[in-house]
Design a protein around this ligand. Sequence first.
Ligand code: ZN
Length: 341
Amino acid sequence: MNHDRYARQQRFVGIGAAGQRALSEATVLVVGIGALGTHAADTLARAGVGKLWLCDRDIVEWSNLQRQVLFDEQDAQRGTPKAIAATAHLAAVNSAIVIVPFVANCTAEFLDALPHLPTLVLDGTDNVPTRYLLNDWCRKHRIPWIYAGAVGSEGASMVLRPDGHCLRCIWPLPPATSELGSCETKGVLAPAIAAITAFQTAEALKLLTLQHDAVTRGIFTCDVWRGSYMVVRNQGGKATDCAVCRGEHYPALETGPPAAITLCGRDAVQIDLPQRVALDLDAMASRLRGSASDVERTPHLLRFAADGCRFSVFASGRALLFGVQDENRAQALYDRWVGAH
Ligand SMILES: [Zn+2]
């Protein structure tokens, strides 16, 4: 190991040699390797977090390059899965840590199948249901997690620790994405992402080095266009009637994920299957060459175009359908082109 690598960070009084050692022994799961997740993973890889697990279900597209820092034009050209592209990039930045990509939908089943419990979970997702899933799963296993979100020029982030309130204590029912606004309707600026992940990863460094007194209490919000930020302090701790904090039940762990999900900010739908299958993508590619167009087998998936829709199909049976927004239509197209094979 090159001992100069972390010299500036260790010299900071908040970290020191003991903090650096704690970072090297930590495992951080980053869920969603898009704008938020690439910024956060980049910071934590450079900081020397010993093990990074990167989970994302999507592939790199051209519209990602404006703000998703670990990807390049070749990734967009090839439609490389984001978790794979980010891992390749970060492995070249820090070869002394372990980085594991998971090209997968983050579900309760996925979380339960992880090799061991992570030290910390970072939210890099773009949707409310996955955040409630992370909340319930982390609460059940008494793992801290850090919420983050950004839309337009604004961002928000909050640390959720096992001994404090959870997301459901504050918002018992998940808000509709339409209430919050989305990247699709409002767009998003890269500096808003950078600002909010700077807060999120600073909090992560405090938690991982066990400096709980330094952790910010409350919701940090910023607006990089207006040039404002503030911390809204939480009043009190856990809600006394929160079933999750009382350990009575965990709603997001009790229902399976929907089969079809419209992806945020995209003209795309993901189709997943209730159980894993093992598709022979090479055989499927051969069959499709007669009927579909632009059939391309990449190292990680199969791409083709049919019925005005672009498909990216993974061996697990999961598929991303671009050029379609209606979930029923996407399911029908999936059944026609993928499910029947
Ligand atoms: Zn709660």
